[in-house]
Structures are given as C-alpha cells and as structure tokens.
Design a protein around this ligand. Sequence first.
Ligand code: ADP
Length: 362
Amino acid sequence: MSLFGKGEIDRLRRELAREASARQVVEEHAAQLSSGLDAVPAGLVLADHHGTILLRNGAASRGGHADVLLEEAVEHALAAAGKGETAEQKVTLFGPPQQVLLVRGIPLVGGGALAIIDDLTDRARIDAVRTDFVSNISHELKTPVGALAVLAEALADSDDLEINRHLAKKMIEEAHRASGTIDDLLELSRIELDGRGVREEVHLTSVLGEAVGRHRLRAETLGVQLCIGSVEPDSLEADGLQLVSAVSNLVDNAVKYSDVGSKVRITAALVDQWAEIEVADQGIGIPARDVDRIFERFYRVDRARSRETGGTGLGLAIVRHVATNHGGEVSVVSREGEGSTFTLRIPLAVDTIVDSPMERSA
Ligand code: ADP
C-alpha cells in the first residue's frame, strides 16, 4: 500500500516539474552570464567572502594570463578587496610577447571581491612610440635652432660686412631647415589625421605632373633630368592631395640623391587591379642593411648628406602612410652606386580590394 494517495503523488510530480523548469531557467541564466563575462575583454576573477574563487572569465583564464606574477597580483587584489580596500597593481609579464597588465581589486557589496585584469600592452607601446617621437622632434629642431643662436651671437659681435653676409646666409639655411622639418611634421600629422582621406576620381597624369612640377626647377639647378614615361591607368579612386604628396616626396628624394647628368624617370602601370607608380633614379642607391629602415620617421642613411640636401628624414614616412591609407604599399629596389626604384602600389578602388598587401604581410 502506498504512503501517499494519488492526489498527493500528482502534486509532488507537479512540484518536481516546476522545480526542474525553474532550475533550467537558472542554469540558462548562469550560462548566459558566463558567456557574457567571457565576451568582456578584461580578465575578471570573482571570489566569495572566504576568498574562494567562484568564477574566472575567458580573458582571466587564457594561456597568456597564466603567470605566477599575475596570479600573485590577483590574489593580493582579492585579499585587499576582501578586507574592503581597493587595490591596484601594474604587472609586466616578460613573455614573449611582453605584456603590461593592470590588476585591480574591488570590494563587492554584501562581501566577496572582484579582480579586474586590464591589458595595457597596446597603450604602453603607443606611449613609448609617442615619447620616442617627441624626443626625436625635439632633437631635430634643437640642431637648427641651436645653430641659429650661435650664428646670431657671432653676427652680433662682428663688424665685418663680408663675414656678416656669410653668417646671414647660414642663418637662412638653418631657418629653412627648421621650417622644412615643421612643414613635413604638419604634412605627416595631416595625413595621419585624415586617415583614408577623401575618395575621388584622380587623374594619374595630373598627379604625376603636379608632383614632378614641384621639383623641376631644383632638378634643373642640380643638372638632373626629370621625365615622365608612360602613364596607366588614366584614373583611379584615391585621395588626390595625399597621392601628390607621396609621389612628390619620392621625386624629391630621387633628385636629392642623384648626381649631375643623371636621369629620374617616373612611370605608372596598370597591374591587375592596381596602379603601380614607379620613381626610378640613377643616384647613390641605398645600402642593403638600411633598406628596411628608411621608411621609419627620421631615419637617414647618411646624416651628413641628408643635412647637406636639406632632408628631414620624414619624406618616406609620409609615403608609407599614404600607401597604408589607401590599402596599398611602397617598396624599393636599390643598388649602391647604381640607383633606386621606388614603387607605390595603390588599388584602383580601395573597397574592391579585400585582401590588401598590408593585411597579408601583417
Ligand atoms: P630625407 O628627408 O632624409 O630624404 P626620407 O624619409 O625621404 O628622408 O628618406 C630617408 C632616407 O632614405 C634618406 O635620408 C636617404 O638616406 C634614403 N633615401 C631615400 N630615397 C633615396 C633615393 N632615391 N636614393 C638614395 N637614398 C635614398
């Protein structure tokens, strides 16, 4: 004989079913919460009021974070937060790759603690690059400004007209040097800020014509022959001002680093869906060991020659930036004593190129 009547059994069955469905809802919510926390880019570690770890999200349990130093920092943050204090500690993991993490402990209402791990690696790298850049700029401007001060002092002390003329000429050169660096810095920052810039139909013949036009007089004075060869395609979708700036910097270098009587040839060819703009010179060339670095800001192969020719070390950084903004690339083939050929590859229409060479090489 059963202990319960049929009615009682049915009631228990219904209650069990209700409980099962309530448990399912709770489990679903827990799974949703857990996958939501896994989607948070910061690492999260939750502990109860005894300090027992209840939960770690994906970012806090991924391989990169499994490090003794980090675990110690998390424990310390949770212990401090467990006592109601907020704690903060920066941890550098030497990797590779090196990572800079910020671990914070936060006390929770009703007991328990949360440790948050933020990855500051990118921010730390950007800060380092910025500090480096600012110190480079200061150095670049200090040289001509320092020279100006020395020349001006000499000028103030001299009564000799001939010497004064010479000093004034030198002062003009140094002033041009400083203003050249400032102009290039402004140009670089404009191109960086513009990003992709505008997209308009640009006629390559006019781009090359304008870029070459800027340097014709100087080329003539230096005895370097500038010529534009065949130009294809007729037009492409790009930021015209940025393109002129890039080609102009390549032509400027080609003229600067060439000797009297040599030729600089500018051409453009259509290769698949790309416009390949080439600037070829018969100049001094670039040593193989420097080729990879010449696109860095302020990098020069020969400081003395660059100084003589009024180089700022920023021209090729501008060219590379314009290429990147267009989803393109710039490359060089060079032989010391024979010459260099720079190629700027720009897709005909940025949006039609999904797999850009920059992304492929990244
Ligand atoms: P700069 O203002 O000094 O010319 P760039 O960024 O334009 O700076 O170029 C970086 C360095 O690359 C130059 O200092 C020079 O040593 C080298 N370089 C660039 N273009 C050429 C070229 N056409 N021939 C030889 N060397 C070049």
